[in-house]
Write a protein that binds this ligand. Sequence first.
Ligand code: SAH
Length: 258
Amino acid sequence: MNPTQNLTHSGTVYLVGSGPGERDLLTLRAARLIGEADAIVYDHLVADGVLDLARPGAEKIYVGKERSNHTVPQGELNLLLVRLAGEGKNVVRLKGGDPFIFGRGGEEIETLFEFGVPFEVVPGVTAAAGCAAYAGIPLTHRDHAQTVAFATGHLKDGTVNLDWPALARPNQTVVFYMGIGGIGEICRQMIAHGLPGNYPAAVVQHGTTARQRVLTSDLAGLPGAVSAAGIASPALIIVGTVIELQKKLSWFGRLGTR
Ligand code: SAH
């Protein structure tokens, strides 16, 4: 297969965000495209029940993608999408959250572009928005945070290569994706760059789902609290004084949901 092959009968690839975990948070557009697809290529963060929307006979291809355990290497996956579209199929590439936020969606459609495969991108509710809403932690608030930053906490060689002085600032909320493995280092760096040890910090695991767990603490105490509670991925770390509002504003599980 090469970029010059004739793809005049190519199907379209829809890069679709499936939201943070609760099926109801799927967009109407995502639900429609899933229902119409000939093939669905999905990974492990796709919400339970979303694949039930596929039509009978649709091909469902699991491509994994857990940290350090990529079931299908990224290069092969990009070419799989090209091949399926080349067979004339309409393909939904389904990803957790939003495809353009720590989802490598950009890399996948760059390959489609090179091969001349038509594509569209469908945004989804990213984990930060979903978890914050369901945990009762507003990401911005006039009294607390005028800025919100999304950062990756994924460790490379045991260190997180981030702009710590920019992240460790008051009046902003920082959300770390993929940060549980590096939580000790993340909290240590936030303190080393100027935030006090008692600065509010929280973790939300399995946000928006029936399994959601919210742990609030501070930068000094969060790593110990997370390991004591046995919290593992998928989870987000949130740092900011907006977390103080959580006691009043948490609603999920309290009022019952429909
Ligand atoms: N594209 C996705 C993010 C993929 S990176 C999005 O926009 O949400 C994967 C990371 O997202 C996980 O390691 C975790 O930090 C976070 N994540 C995804 N779903 C989550 C959930 N339901 N609860 C908590 N964190 C979640």
